[in-house]
Design a protein around this ligand. Structure first.
Ligand code: B1M
Length: 211
């Protein structure tokens, strides 16, 4: 790997958004392929960030800062990747269910997924079932990710799955869920396809569901 890409990865790992953006600009100016900048500079760094978070060596705010740095770089790379015809790893529609305004966790998951090369359509908090279904249809999404932080709102998750079934598109999209009150048992109960306990696990799950 070039020294520049190594330095870029280090800037993401070090949560330094300004340096990440500056080095991404430099890499683009030097003529490096956008895909190479993403896959050899940025993504491995976010993988390492995820591993540190899972092992307890990094906390949520530090993970968010690395994700923000990654986001800054992605703003520069996204149009170039689109021009060069590089396909995203997959399309993920993400949101927090109806009646639930907690969105910190699902934003973090969305950022990790972007870091892993997925295109994420983030519907934000308080998303009704119809909106999830519409977004899946409109974007031909591979994965629908839902978040719920309240025991009173996790009950909307099976409603979204029913709405996908009613629309006849349940078999076209994998359903991944997360949030403190949900579990693998709940996945089995409602007929979802997977559960992730945190953002790093969500990234692994979505990669598995789309491979
Ligand atoms: Co609220 N809140 N809150 N809250 N809040 C909790 C969740 C609560 C556990 C606090 C408590 O009582 N101890 C409790 C829920 C109890 C329950 O139902 N079991 C609670 C409550 C009761 C409420 C209100 C009802 C309070 C009230 O008004 N009486 C109210 C709800 C209003 C509503 O939604 N309609 C409310 C409001 C709020 C704030 C607005 C103040 C704020 C939210 C701000 C925001 O999100 N924009 C807030 C916060 C911040 C919290 C706590 C403190 C932190 C949540 C958080 O952001 N964690 C929370 C207590 C706690 O968790 N310590 C609490 C950090 C985040 C990174 O983690 O969201 O778990 P988390 O996401 C993780 C994983 O869960 C997973 O990955 C993420 C990243 O690692 N994950 C996914 C999440 N979504 C995923 C989706 C996936 C995969 C993985 O899809 C594939």
């Amino acid at each position: 790997m070039s020294d520049l890409l190594e330095e870029l990865g280090q800037a993401v790992f070090d949560m330094d958004e300004d340096k990440t953006v500056e080095l991404t600009e430099k890499a683009i100016d030097e003529g490096l392929e956008p895909e190479k900048i993403l896959n050899e500079g940025l993504v491995p760094a976010m993988d390492e960030v995820g591993e540190e978070y899972e092992s307890g060596d990094r906390y949520v705010p530090e993970m968010l800062l690395s994700a923000e740095a990654m986001k800054g770089a992605m703003q520069l790379l996204r149009p170039l990747l689109a021009e060069s015809g590089v396909e995203p790893a997959g399309i993920v529609v993400m949101g927090t269910v109806e009646g639930d305004l907690h969105d910190i966790g699902q934003n973090l998951v969305s950022m990790m997924l972007e870091g892993a090369g997925f295109e994420v359509i983030n519907l934000g908090p308080e998303t009704p079932a119809e909106e999830f279904v519409e977004a899946v249809k409109e974007n031909d999404a591979n994965v629908l990710g839902m978040s719920a932080l309240l025991t009173t709102t996790m009950t909307h998750m099976p409603e979204v799955i029913e709405a996908l079934e009613e629309e006849g598109i349940r078999d076209q999209v994998k359903v991944a869920i997360g949030g403190a009150p949900v579990s693998q048992d709940f996945v089995d109960e409602i007929g979802a396809d997977g559960y992730a306990a945190d953002a790093a696990a969500a990234s692994r799950l979505v990669k598995k569901l789309t491979s």
